[in-house]
Design a protein around this ligand. Structure first.
Ligand SMILES: [Ca+2]
Ligand SMILES: [Ca+2]
Ligand SMILES: [Ca+2]
Length: 193
């Protein structure tokens, strides 16, 4: 009798401890462009990031701000660590590599410039990431631009870490206003050591 009760308790516990993977998505402050390919780490989880940003070109320039996000599926400072990017925009250059190693990325927040009407739009400018090994609400902020304001924080469940990426990228607008990255989706995977 005791043995049956014990098995039942173990079974119920394992059901409640298992959560499905979820997607976390930026609130659409701007919504131009098409979603690129969803990419997922084949092995391991995201432990570092790098941003591709077009530097500010002055008041007469058609600026785009953030052009790509690279997520490293492992220690970003180790040689040959695989990475995922979804769509990469044409403008700008890659900035610093930021690391949470030995921790993992488990949330993000975008800095987005709201619609500017006939003035120059840049949409997403910068990204902050939250990490399993940072205390409280601390984060690592990327080296993007400073237009706009920080939108709502998107966070994985406590037992999950980031494992996938998809970006919404506006295609080249010619003489019209370009913005590059507008929104971001990340998959949170159950963490198993
Ligand atoms: Ca505009
Ligand atoms: Ca343009
Ligand atoms: Ca622009």
């Amino acid at each position: 009798m005791n043995k049956i009760l014990c098995i039942t308790v173990i079974t119920l516990s394992s059901v409640y401890l298992t959560t499905a993977n979820i997607n976390i998505t930026s609130p659409p402050v701007t919504n131009w462009g098409v979603w690129g390919p969803f990419q997922k780490c084949g092995f391991g989880y995201v432990q570092g990031f790098q941003l591709k940003t077009e530097p500010y070109g002055g008041i007469f320039s058609d600026d785009t701000g953030l052009n790509a996000i690279k997520l490293f599926c492992g220690n970003p400072d180790s040689f040959g660590t695989p990475f995922i990017t979804s769509t990469e925009g044409d403008w700008g250059s890659w900035g610093n590599v930021y690391s949470c190693y030995p921790g993992y990325l488990n949330g993000f927040q975008l800095r987005v410039e709201e619609y500017q009407g006939s003035s120059d739009d840049t949409a997403t400018n910068n990204v902050r990431f939250f990490c399993t090994n940072l205390a409280g609400s601390n984060y690592i902020e990327g080296d993007g631009l400073g237009f706009g304001s920080w939108s709502q924080i998107q966070h994985c469940y406590s037992d999950q870490v980031i494992c996938g990426l998809q970006t919404q990228m506006e295609t080249y607008q010619g003489d019209d206003d370009d913005t590059a990255i507008n929104n971001v989706l990340m998959e949170c995977c159950d963490y198993t050591p």
